[in-house]
Design a protein. Structure first.
Lengths: 424, 424
């Protein structure tokens, strides 16, 4: 089990001395995170979250999952932003975990999407997990209205109650009230953990356990990371190295960070990462623009621009050392495509050569890059990666002088929308 | 049927006079496209492609589709880049067309992905569409080896032959040879149409017809666009207005274009667009970075940065005037979420208010934006949109002085990869 950071392709862009020179500021950022003396210190619950999750809660959620799967054909989760991305990221990274179907709702306001979903659910036994701190966020609130009506037509009484699980504020808010009045089961979202840091709270853990993900392993990986990345010395902490390099690259005019992976199960982890970094750092007229590319698919669309376009980009690759499946490339007697050279090799071998080649070509072309390598595509490594990025953005945000834990800008469109809807 | 462009939210960024002042250069770009006197003029087949597709070919492909669907449970398409994105974009935009399952292969080199795919196909009757001009592009070539072996275990003789369709070069190349030696059915990729412009050639049309998409309607929409956007006068041509505005915004330091949509079926159309624009313009150290966001999902991740981050972004929204499904928001006697204000309204009504609010909020926050509105989410409008963007990138590329029809940069990683693999 492990996570390594390779900075070899930063040569010519980030000098060891520049990184070392960050140490005093980084030390300050580290202390601010540890002592809760920095900006946004009401929302630092995530820093010690993994080690503070009781094993008994994980046991309880694992048991809940068994119950849900026993009486349901599928799970529908209602949520948006941090109440959606981490769940989807985890399930896709783990390739659907045990194969229990999970559907998403309330992450958009598409009538076509939700109408199709209702159609799909018509003949299924459904459990609903509604995830919202307030219960008044437009998208999940409207989806919950629609799905509550659907469920009430299908089930009633205790049968209905056991099929609706609410993950919400411990005391206040519309969803808390709805749950209380209707007797739905509830789990609590801690007050000191913001949405984009919430995947290891019940926000992520309840639906993931319901879907059959090994939440013990997920949290175990995060606990290891919490321990490993608590080291203040940048020379000994890959998480802080990543944060520091981002900062130095941004100061050189690298305004776009591409999180790239040759592993297609990273698609939604990348989306989760975009929220984590974009929402934490994109403020006060500054912040790296986070973009996701999945290779080699996207090499055949964005590869040209990466190689030869504006030199305002850096890349971070996430690689997987050992994939789950073996898949041998067949020998072909005709060899018209000339690929007998790799016949008998595993497809992942070629994929990895593609990754090495791409990282080198991009660096030579003026796109510096780093590579994070995870040992495996399992829950434990995913938990580690989540915490790695969370800790990195906390440090990176403090280095850039912003409050990485607020998101004042997201209110602007809501205000205008509520005005259009006549809502106060 | 229609497509409109709203430039109201460019106010303060693009003046009418600036756009009008582009007319002479635009006129030149227009003539170069029309007379084939500009850079990359060997690859202008797409300009008159819609009007030059014989209806008899569309009839033939429609009949082919019926045959395929009669003897198969699913279609597997093998391809990458332009031989993948347009197919997936179309099927997802049309929400799966008739519901015939289509799987993708050879668009990445993930062993896990392809091993799972083989598992899925084990008990199904399969037709394979292999799409590659040369037959030697690594990803599809390796996937074809793997799937050819799979198919040969399942079928033989005429049964095997009828289940493998090759879309490839008319005369040369490995895939052309493989098809000839094994008696597979073939369709021809024209020489004068590059991969990213190929969705309306057999590259897109064969698999789409096989999956049950109305290819007549798709081409009809593109034909209308070919006619509508052939007007040299920027004042009368929304396609050229889009191209012109992009250029003016880029010159103001707007280095990132976000193609945004409140319609979730745009996900893969956006990916197709990223290739079209990124690969056409990202060269010679310049080019707008194309990024995709699907709202309101991504408002809850990237909304903060869009509102308050670096002011180096502009947005283009794609909206749909009339969606397919009606979905009423239920009334709730308790109204704890306070959304009875929209009870009885359609979900799409709220979605559209969200879009209007977002576009206005972003413009006020320093992110100028345009909105393209399609009448409906059908094949005809999609064909129109494809041609709109193709024509726009041709003009936009010529305005920026690059050859929009080559992609020399994509060779860099391949050379290094072949060296690592020992391939010549």
């Amino acid at each position: 089990m492990g996570l390594t950071l390779d900075m070899g392709n930063l040569k010519g862009f980030v000098k060891d001395a520049d990184l070392a020179a960050l140490q005093p500021r980084l030390q300050k950022a580290h202390q601010d995170l540890t002592d809760k003396t920095g900006l946004g210190n009401d929302y630092l619950g995530w820093t010690r979250l993994p080690s503070s999750i009781p094993d008994t809660l994980l046991d309880e959620l694992t048991a809940l999952g068994k119950t849900v799967r026993a009486h349901s054909d599928c799970l529908v989760t209602i949520g948006i932003g941090g109440s959606y991305l981490g769940i989807r990221a985890s399930l896709e990274f783990l390739r659907g975990a045990g194969g229990f179907p999970v559907y998403y709702a309330g992450h958009n306001m598409s009538a076509d999407y939700h109408a199709e979903l209702l159609q799909t659910l018509q003949k299924k036994n459904v459990t609903l997990a509604v995830i919202s701190k307030s219960g008044t966020t437009t998208e999940p609130a409207l989806a919950f209205r629609i799905l509550k009506e659907f469920m009430a037509k299908k089930y009633s009484g205790a049968e209905l109650q056991k099929r609706i699980i609410c993950v919400t504020d411990g005391k206040k808010g519309a969803l808390r009230q709805i749950a209380a009045q209707n007797g739905y089961q509830t789990y609590v979202i801690p007050d000191d953990v913001g949405g984009r840091f919430s995947v290891l709270t019940p926000v992520g853990l309840v639906p993931l356990a319901a879907a059959g993900v090994d939440v013990h392993a997920l949290v175990r990986g995060a606990r290891q990371a919490e321990q490993d990345y608590a080291v203040a010395d940048i020379a000994a902490n890959p998480c802080y190295q990543y944060a520091g390099c981002r900062r130095l690259l941004y100061q050189q005019g690298k305004k776009i960070e591409v999180l790239a992976s040759f592993y297609d199960n990273m698609v939604s982890v990348n989306e989760w990462w975009k929220q984590l970094f974009g929402e934490s750092e994109g403020k006060n007229g500054q912040g790296i623009f986070p973009a996701s590319l999945i290779f080699s698919t996207d090499l055949h669309s964005m590869g040209q621009l990466l190689q030869d376009g504006e030199r305002n980009i850096f890349e971070t690759f996430v690689s997987i050392a050992r994939v789950g499946s073996a898949l041998q490339i067949p020998f072909d007697a005709q060899d018209l495509d000339k690929f007998n050279i790799v016949a008998g090799k595993d497809l992942d071998y070629v994929n990895k050569q593609g990754q090495i080649a791409t990282a080198a070509a991009h660096a030579e072309g003026g796109v510096p890059n780093m590579t994070i390598t995870l040992g495996r595509s399992d829950a434990e490594h995913l938990g580690r990666l989540y915490y790695f990025f969370e800790r990195a953005v906390g440090i990176s945000g403090y280095l850039s002088g912003v409050n990485p834990f607020d998101q004042p800008g997201v209110e602007a469109y809501k205000k205008k929308m509520f005005a259009l809807l006549g809502k106060r």
